[in-house]
Design a protein around this ligand. Structure first.
Ligand SMILES: Nc1nc2c(ncn2[C@@H]2O[C@H](COP(=O)(O)OP(=O)(O)OP(=O)(O)O)[C@@H](O)[C@H]2O)c(=O)[nH]1
Ligand SMILES: [Mg+2]
Length: 579
């Protein structure tokens, strides 16, 4: 699941840079934030899983200039955190180790992943993907031992570039300390963040900073209303912070001395796996929305290919297999049959093919040259290639129609250009597959000829009269001329002797057997063409097109990939970790 969330996040980031519409950009950015948070939260689960002795993590979060860094210093009773009146001063997650030492926190580098741990003094504005851990020795009256995190803001315009650090620090937190000032507490960004964080179930404290006398009660009431609009859990403790003129710092009230320690004592990570799963589930549908849209488009494409292939096969049947003037394969089988018959006195007829007769005919049949010649002169191959061309034209038309519709226009346009680029190669490949099929299929033709020949052996009367007819000799001559390359396959159908021969056989005692054999041959031929040329050949390649769309513009996450992770999301309810 973690890998999948990372993959999604990467794809969203790549795609965001290509997105045109502002509305789309906002929703993509939101999803990137959610994914970053979820990834970090799952990493947090791994962290607590590795060792139960993890230091307590407290994160101070809030809008810019709320006084987060100032509060870090108040709580630590030091000047460890940098404070400035300029907005967006803190831009890295900075951890301060209180009551523990940073050497005990080696695991954090792993948690922060690509973010690098550096000295606080080495944090620069040039690199956002860093965090620091600093040991603080001064005593605090309010803090339990652990790491107190000062975080960057999440509301300034610039915050987009360092938001990942904020989210990583937030997801790590066992306790969240939200700092708002009286000017900023109502900001939409604050409450959007608090809404998102509810799924993390972190105990929270709100610090109301920069208070002026008399405004506290009204502000707390208003805060409560905001909270109740944003969250379903109980309104947390509010710590009012007043500015002390002498020190120039806000003062943590005595009455709230134990707030953080009390919360710390209640921390329990047992439910972490469940919370992780809830978080992922909460956003799952919305994260997957563009991927599902791609899948829908791909399914529509698969269907389109399916229809086009069916149409092509129908054309093949209509224009070849069932076409009386085009179908030559069975005639070819009959011609092969004739070469198997030993016709007495044939030599006289075959003046032009004398040389042929000096060869054992069966041997001739195995000659590659003959096969090649038959393939080259085949009407079937011409037709198959035309059918394939037609299929591409049809698909291109349909793709262009789709690119005019409202849905996933660019997707269809891109599939169309992929098709356009590959069309010539696909046609070439089809053509060579078709040729191979044709060559291979001659074995079936020969087998059919043999079946007819054996049948004739059972019918000596038919066989003898066949041998005795004049037309047989003519037809044999034609069959042999086909072998020597003197005529092409398509001439076979129109040769009168062949036609007479075939009708003679059809009307003979083996007539019904002829029909049966012809039917079976056609059937076999149809299945072979369907399987090897259209399904394994063209369709397979066409169905792969969507997966070739660039991941610079598309998620390109397959439904199989998706199903596998979705299974992780619903399974393993008992015992094992959920994610
Ligand atoms: N008047 C008054 N000023 C305060 C108070 N707390 C902080 N400040 C000032 O507000 C400014 C911002 O304080 P920071 O602590 O740097 O605020 P921050 O939330 O860390 O801001 P960024 O890091 O920029 O997001 C500084 O000039 C502080 O001195 C307060 O309680 N009252
Ligand atoms: Mg700061």
């Amino acid at each position: 699941m973690l890998e999948f969330i990372q993959l999604l996040n990467q794809r969203y980031q790549t795609l965001l840079s290509q997105l045109g519409s502002e509305v789309g950009r906002i929703s993509y950015q939101q999803r990137i934030d959610q994914l970053t948070l979820a990834e970090a939260f799952i990493r947090k689960g791994q962290l607590v899983n590795r060792s139960s002795e993890q230091p307590l993590q407290l994160a101070i979060i809030g809008p810019t200039q709320a006084g987060k860094s100032t509060l870090v210093n108040v709580l630590l009773n030091s000047h460890a955190a940098g404070v400035s009146p300029l907005a967006g001063h803190t831009i890295h997650a900075q951890g301060f180790c209180y009551g523990i030492t940073s050497t005990e926190c080696q695991d954090l580098q792993r948690y922060f992943g690509r973010f690098q741990q550096v000295q606080q003094s080495a944090l620069t504005r040039e690199r956002y993907d860093c965090f620091s851990l600093t040991d603080v020795s001064a005593g605090s009256r309010y803090l339990p031992s652990g790491i107190l995190w000062d975080t960057p803001d999440f509301d300034s315009i610039d915050s987009v570039v360092y938001k990942e650090g904020v989210l990583r620090a937030i997801a790590l937190a066992d306790i969240v300390i939200l700092v708002v000032s009286k000017e900023k507490y109502a900001d939409q960004s604050v409450w959007e963040m608090m809404t998102v964080l509810e799924a993390l179930h972190q105990p929270t404290v709100i610090c109301l900073n920069k208070l002026s006398e008399g405004s506290e009660d009204i502000l707390i009431q208003s805060l409560k209303e905001k909270w109740q609009l944003a969250r379903t859990d109980n309104f947390p403790d509010v710590v009012p912070l007043y500015y002390q003129r002498q020190t120039g710092l806000p003062v943590w009230p005595e009455a709230k001395q134990n707030v953080l320690r009390n919360l710390a004592s209640k921390i329990n990570h047992k439910k972490q796996p469940r919370f992780e799963q809830e978080l992922v589930k909460k956003y799952w549908q919305s994260w997957l929305e563009p991927i599902i849209a791609e899948h829908h488009a791909a399914s529509a494409w698969y269907e389109m290919v399916d229809v086009a292939i069916k149409q092509a096969l129908e054309n093949y049947q209509r224009d070849y297999l069932n076409h009386p003037r085009h179908y030559e394969t069975f005639q070819h089988a009959v011609a092969e049959l004739l070469t198997l018959l030993e016709i007495p006195g044939l030599a006289g007829v075959l003046t032009g093919a004398r040389k042929v007769l000096t060869w054992p005919i069966r041997k001739m049949m195995n000659l590659g040259r003959k096969r090649q010649h038959i393939a080259d002169s085949s009407q079937e191959l011409v037709l198959l290639n035309q059918i394939a061309e037609h299929l591409f034209i049809q698909l291109t038309d349909r793709l262009m129609d789709k690119a005019e519709e409202d849905h996933q226009r660019v997707w269809w346009k891109d599939v169309n250009s992929l098709l356009r680029r590959q069309r010539q190669d696909l046609l070439k490949e089809f053509s060579s597959r078709a040729k191979n099929y044709h060559l291979d299929f001659q074995q079936d033709v020969e087998k059919t000829a043999q079946r007819l020949y054996y049948k004739l052996q059972e019918q000596p009367v038919v066989l003898n009269s066949l041998r005795a007819t004049r037309v047989t000799a003519d037809a044999v001559a034609i069959a042999l001329t086909l072998h020597t390359g003197g005529i092409g396959m398509h001439d076979l159908i129109f040769a009168p002797a062949m036609l007479t021969m075939t009708s003679w056989l059809t009307e003979s005692a083996i007539g019904s057997y002829m029909h049966k054999v012809e039917y079976e041959l056609k059937q076999q031929q149809f299945n072979t063409v369907k399987q090897t040329l259209f399904h394994e050949g063209i369709a397979k390649k066409l169905l792969l097109l969507p997966a070739q769309l660039s991941t610079r513009h598309y998620f390109n996450i397959s439904s199989t990939q998706l199903q596998a992770v979705e299974q992780q999301l619903t399974e393993k309810r008992h015992g094992l970790r959920l994610l």
